[in-house]
Design a protein around this ligand. Structure first.
Ligand SMILES: O=C(O)CNC(=O)[C@H](CS)NC(=O)CCC(=O)C(=O)O
Length: 277
């Protein structure tokens, strides 16, 4: 976690140097563990986690709001050990306070032949509500996480509640990323007529799952505009040197949001199918 914080510090410095108004970091930026029990044992409350406290200091010192995915304890056993954690996304304000948070609703339980086998629900307790979109320095932000990307309903709901920007911090697997990542991000941007900001973990993770090679993430962090154009993109798995985090910088132009929504109103037929609220 100390190493991850050091990497994030470099990313904050890069964002400051680039003149960015906010920084979006991936899902699980504090750590990715090789198995459920390690994930539980590494987990700390946000109020005491050196990773979160370090990022809050960086935000305050650089006047830079930071959106970052972390783990938090959810339930503890009688003896006090953590039995379930939450996959959480926090918004750290420019003054270093955690002002908004969201807990991942959809858990990634997959078993793909010759592909990834991951059971997020072994360690994670799902969230139970959406977080209302909130005003940020770049626009009104709706927060979702990674696998949530595969479900159009929450993104439509956040749009319905006023979001202009959606964020999907992620750690996508390589095969599913190759098959679906860009298509899904662009679809969510096009159908909600919103910016989509998707910071992504990239490359080989530290520790191997049992009896297998090390876990890898697909990368290709990107920003998509409300017309579905990829306006910024980072490198992908294989093409990036480990330990060198990259940032992509994009202009968030709320005029584009307005223009796209005005030129092509998506009037729903809620007399025929249900409104997503
Ligand atoms: O494990 C952690 O600590 C952090 N969490 C993750 O990396 C999560 C659950 S394993 N990853 C995904 O949801 C990938 C989704 C994906 O790859 C897809 O939808 O295709």
């Amino acid at each position: 976690m100390a190493h991850n914080l050091a990497q994030c510090r470099v990313l904050v410095q890069k964002a400051v140097a680039a003149g960015a108004k906010a920084l979006f970091l991936p899902e699980a930026s504090d750590y990715i563990a090789p198995n459920a029990s390690t994930s539980l044992s590494l987990c700390l409350p946000a109020s005491t986690s050196p990773f979160v406290l370090g990022l809050r200091d960086l935000a305050r010192n650089h006047n830079m709001p930071i959106n970052v995915g972390i783990h938090e304890p959810a339930t503890t056993s009688g003896s006090g050990s953590i039995t379930k954690i939450k996959n959480t996304l926090i918004w750290i304000s420019a003054s270093g306070e955690i002002t908004h948070q969201y807990h991942k609703l959809h858990l990634f339980d997959v078993s793909i032949k010759n592909g990834p086998v991951l059971k997020e629900s072994q360690s994670v307790e799902p969230g139970s509500q959406l977080t209302e979109p909130f005003d940020t320095v770049i626009g009104k932000l709706g927060m979702l996480i990674c696998f949530d990307l595969r479900f159009p309903e929450p993104s439509l709901s956040l749009r319905h509640r006023g979001a202009q920007i959606l964020t999907y911090p992620s750690a996508f697997t390589v095969p599913t990323g190759q098959a679906h990542w860009e298509t899904l991000l662009r679809a969510r941007a096009i159908e909600t007529q919103s910016y989509v900001i998707a910071a992504a973990q990239c490359g080989v993770h530290d520790a191997p799952p049992e009896g297998e090679g090390k876990r890898r993430s697909y990368g290709h962090g990107m920003v998509v505009d409300p017309w579905g154009r990829v306006v910024a993109e980072l490198g992908g798995e294989g093409g990036v040197k480990l330990d060198i985090g990259e940032i992509a910088v994009a202009d968030i132009d709320l005029g584009v949001v307005e223009k796209v929504r005005e030129e092509m109103p998506l009037a729903r037929r809620t007399d025929v199918y249900p409104q997503v609220l």
